[in-house]
Ligand binder design. Structure first.
Ligand code: ADP
Length: 517
């Protein structure tokens, strides 16, 4: 440490302090009321606060404090100074003209150079920086981020509406006898539409997750069943049907308490990635085994692999290990973010392993086990192959303001033998009831004029129709919506773009059971 100071050094120091852009304030060490007195301020202090040197000397730093200066921070400051500690904090201060600014503030004890043991504090030196702009920018960024999330949610939601009739139209055409090239084109359109729906659903999910709007509908399920159905679903969409997917599952049920749809989504995302990021001629190995009071799902591919520094990073939002130009397959880089969030919401964990580029990857998902019997769900009994002629006796009223959507459902249900009428708003739905006498209603929720909830209420108020089963058609599937639909007496709901086969079998099963009672 330099002990002997020459005049030149002092000149240097003075110039530095006077030219600094941070406000520098030196006070004495008087801690009892009214507090330390200011004995020096540099020109930057005047620029920041509006107080001149002469107006400040002899005053206490309280001249800068006001309504929104944090009391808690001042208490901590007092404590730090009393115990000869350095203080650092951020709060609001006030300029001479009363305007507010955010200050980042560091106070350091100053000892005499000869006081090597630092026994007696001679002064306190405070360095203050106006960070108002920085904080404002940060707040603007946060606001922009919030707006982006809202925009993504709206975008995804809006994209779902036009997708619904497109998907229904393709499903309908698929059922017709058409020449080979048309069927091939349809198959391609079907694959691409599914791909868009998948992306839109991911977008919607990720925006819901970031806004904390996902709720799990947990039930006792068999993890094996979900894995099997994901693999079946994937196989049916594979362009190359010879693609080898090896599965090894335990013989005993793998009972977990989970939201079946979400577990499907988790497994589906991982299977999809393994297929996407490895060559078509290479297999995928899937296994499930008991592990630490839970079940460990493992999926291994022999594809492009992942560099070690990316193994954690890929689970972050919009993170993709290769740059976009290298990627043959589209994606938004949010699939794994959703997987991670969903797994964690189930009390589980997910991680990846890879020995590096072109060495393949293994993804693991561990979910906690339950030990009760599984009875409610598990395998889906698939007795719903509808024979079209049976349905002729059932009348369905479809209410949807999107005319294409309603018409497409009508065409499809009619091809399945149902007797169908459409209304394009709530009022006209109310007026056709007595005339058409439906056995069930498919009701869009978001409609101008009377929305689906209001129309449902008005229908139920009529004693003749109070038990009419009304199924909601909705773009929203969050817990709040489902809860509200249930409370308002809807018989069930279908998420848009709805799967028409699913609607058909649900309506058929529901109406047949009702007849049995
Ligand atoms: P997307 O596939 O849409 O890009 P994901 O969130 O599903 O988004 O994956 C993020 C990134 O992780 C991918 O872009 C890819 O770089 C990497 N990745 C995911 N799965 C695999 C895999 N099985 N093999 C190699 N890389 C993978």
């Amino acid at each position: 440490m330099k002990l002997i100071w020459e005049t030149r050094d002092l000149e240097l120091l003075k110039a530095a302090v006077e030219s600094a852009n941070d406000a520098i304030i030196i006070t004495d060490t008087q801690l009892s009321s009214p507090g330390p007195k200011i004995i020096y301020v540099n020109p930057a202090f005047t620029r920041m606060t509006g107080y001149t040197y002469d107006e400040t000397i002899g005053k206490t730093p309280r001249i800068l404090q006001g309504k929104r200066t944090s009391r808690e921070l001042l208490n901590r400051l007092r404590y730090d100074l009393t115990t000869k500690r350095e203080f650092f904090g951020e709060t609001f201060n006030y300029r001479k003209d009363g305007t507010e600014y955010t200050v980042e503030w560091r106070i350091t004890p100053v000892y005499a150079l000869a006081d090597l043991e630092q026994k007696t504090v001679k002064f306190w030196v405070a360095i203050q920086r106006d960070v108002t702009e920085r904080r404002k920018t940060e707040e603007e960024l946060r606001e922009a981020d919030r707006k982006k999330d809202e925009f993504l949610a709206t975008l995804a939601h809006e994209l779902r509406n036009p997708l619904a009739p497109i998907r229904s139209g393709i499903q309908f055409l698929n059922k017709q006898e058409l020449p080979e090239p048309v069927m091939k084109t349809l198959a391609m359109m079907n694959r691409q539409t599914k791909h868009i729906i998948h992306l839109v659903d991911d977008l919607l999910d990720v925006s819901r997750i970031t806004r904390g709007k996902i709720e799990l509908r947990q039930e006792n399920i068999d993890f094996r069943t979900v894995i099997k159905s994901v693999v079946d679903a994937q196989k049916s969409t594979l362009q190359d049907s010879s693609r080898e997917i090896n599965i090894s599952l335990p013989d005993e049920p793998a009972s977990i308490r989970a939201d079946q749809t979400r577990v499907f989504q988790i497994v589906s995302n991982l299977v999809n990635n393994s297929l996407k990021y490895s060559e078509n001629n290479l297999p995928i190995d899937i296994s499930l085994a008991r592990h630490n009071n839970g079940f460990l799902f493992q999926i291994k591919d022999y594809g492009i692999g992942i560099r070690s520094e990316m193994l954690n990073e890929i689970f972050n939002m919009f993170s993709q290990a290769k740059d976009v130009l290298h990627r043959a397959q589209g994606g938004l880089g949010i699939g794994l973010t959703i997987v991670k969030q969903l797994v964690e919401m189930h009390g589980g964990s997910v991680w990846a392993e890879s020995e590096g580029e072109d060495k393949g990857s293994i993804f693991y998902v561990w979910l906690p086990a339950i030990f009760e019997d599984i009875s409610e769900s598990g395998e889906n009994n698939n007795d719903s192959e509808s024979s079209a002629s049976d349905n002729g006796k059932y009348k369905i009223l479809v209410v949807d303001d999107i005319v294409d959507g309603a018409e497409m459902i009508k065409i499809f249900l009619e091809s399945e033998g149902f007797n169908v009428a459409c209304s394009f708003d709530g009022r006209s739905a109310l007026s056709v009831l007595d005339q058409f006498q439906p056995d069930a209603v498919l009701m869009d929720i978001g409609m101008p004029g009377l929305n689906g909830y209001e129309t449902n209420n008005l229908i139920k108020q009529r004693s003749r129709w109070k038990d009419l089963p009304i199924f909601a058609l909705t773009g929203f599937s969050n817990g709040e919506t489902v809860e509200r639909l249930r409370n308002e007496g809807f018989a069930g709901h279908f998420i848009k773009p709805a799967d028409l086969e699913h609607i058909t079998s649900t309506l058929k099963n529901f109406l047949e059971k009702r007849e049995d009672i």
